[in-house]
Write a protein that binds this ligand. Structure first.
Ligand code: M6R
Length: 366
């Protein structure tokens, strides 16, 4: 049942190329420049006119929601708010008919996410569910939605569910952008073409497994980790930190790289490993200067960079080189080494990666 892998988590990490392909198969064509998510087409009048998207979720699904804020605002030019379901449902939020509420949930059973959409539904918003489990409660309560098609996710730490959520959210942003005319045909095709190539780029990234295991052996006894990223890679920093916390029990925090100066920089000394997501073409020099700030305080730098990068190699203690892609799609690649790093550190510390202490696969009580 684990397909020759020692743990479900590792199997699920390695399934990502295939399930990402499953998530977009039949829903787009790069050559012909079309995207068709059934749920979006069905409610296109309401979705195209939406004045705001509110995304609500918990945990890893919340991180893919944060990423969608960048995607939808950048591509479709509609304001987006992202809310922890547990806060949103109790805040008496302002919601109206022109809002579209997107709920993201692997299990489709998370109590807070379910309650949040029930409340938003009563307030007349259109509810769009992005779930993995077919026929789950959130899928049933939603007016429309898309399944992620990741297949069963058994490991408590979410991996392939995250990447398929991101793939669907990218298609959603692009489909809205296309119907609103906020994206050129050539740009649309370019992103879709790159999306089609993501599975092979993840395949290539998975070959870094051995290098990442060696890195894990160096840092397995660290007591703290910082993860820093900018733009679309900021949510990836949060996700990398969550993976490490939940399965290895090492304290980790994700931060927007520039926010480090406003506090967390005080934590940095020679004992602190800092993982930088440094693939963003649009903020490259800014990330380089954030790396220099950490280096000046003797932090240990592990940088995820694009293949062939030379500037950061000279600054970092370790570089993990991943294949370059369109910046908006880069999280699909950069999250993979972070999943593997958390996995190997947890294994080296003797932790039960598939069933970490105190955690349940789906949180059906608030
Ligand atoms: O099933 P959901 O996507 O609604 O679950 C949300 C969170 O409970 C879940 O992502 C949790 O944070 C994972 N253990 C993270 O790996």
């Amino acid at each position: 049942e684990k397909g020759g892998f020692e743990h479900f988590m590792l199997k699920e990490i390695y399934e990502q190329p295939k399930v990402i392909e499953d998530s977009f198969r039949g829903r787009m064509s790069a050559t012909d420049g079309w995207i068709k998510l059934g749920g979006v087409s069905e409610f296109s009048t309401k979705i195209d006119k939406a004045e705001r998207f509110i995304i609500t979720a918990c945990g890893t699904s919340y991180h893919s929601g944060l990423l969608a804020e960048y995607l939808i605002e950048e591509l479709a030019r509609v304001p987006v708010e992202v809310e922890y379901a547990s806060e949103f449902r109790y805040r008496n939020p302002i919601i109206n008919e022109t809002d579209v509420v997107i709920a993201i949930s692997q299990s489709g059973e998370t109590a807070d996410t379910l309650a949040a959409i029930e409340m938003a539904k009563e307030r007349q918003a259109l509810i769009y569910g992005i779930c993995n489990v077919i026929g789950s409660s959130i899928a049933r309560v939603s007016h429309a939605g898309s399944y992620t098609h990741a297949g069963p996710e058994i490991g408590v730490a979410s991996t392939k569910a995250f990447s398929t959520q991101v793939s669907i959210l990218t298609l959603l942003a692009l489909q809205i952008a296309q119907s609103k005319g906020t994206i050129s045909t050539s740009k649309l095709r370019q992103i879709l073409y790159e999306l089609e190539h993501i599975p092979e780029k993840i395949e290539e990234t998975l070959q870094l497994d051995g290098q990442i295991r060696e890195l894990a052996a160096i840092y397995k006894d660290a007591t703290n980790f910082l993860y820093l990223g900018r733009g679309v890679n900021f949510p990836v920093a949060l996700e990398g930190a969550l993976k490490l916390k939940e399965i290895s029990y090492i304290h980790a925090e994700g931060y927007p790289a520039a926010e480090m100066k406003h506090g967390p920089i005080a934590l940095i000394d020679e004992e602190m490993p800092v993982v930088f997501l440094a693939t963003n073409q649009s903020a490259y020099e800014k990330i380089v200067s954030n790396i220099q700030e950490v280096k000046a305080r003797k932090g240990k730098i592990i940088a995820i960079v694009n293949k062939g990068d030379t500037q950061i190699r000279n600054l970092a203690d370790h570089v993990i080189e991943v294949p370059e892609t369109e910046e908006v799609l880069s999280p699909l690649v950069t999250v993979v080494p972070l999943q593997l790093l958390a996995y190997h550190i947890a294994i080296l510390r003797g932790c039960n990666v598939d069933q970490p202490r105190n955690l349940a696969k789906s949180v059906t009580v608030e």
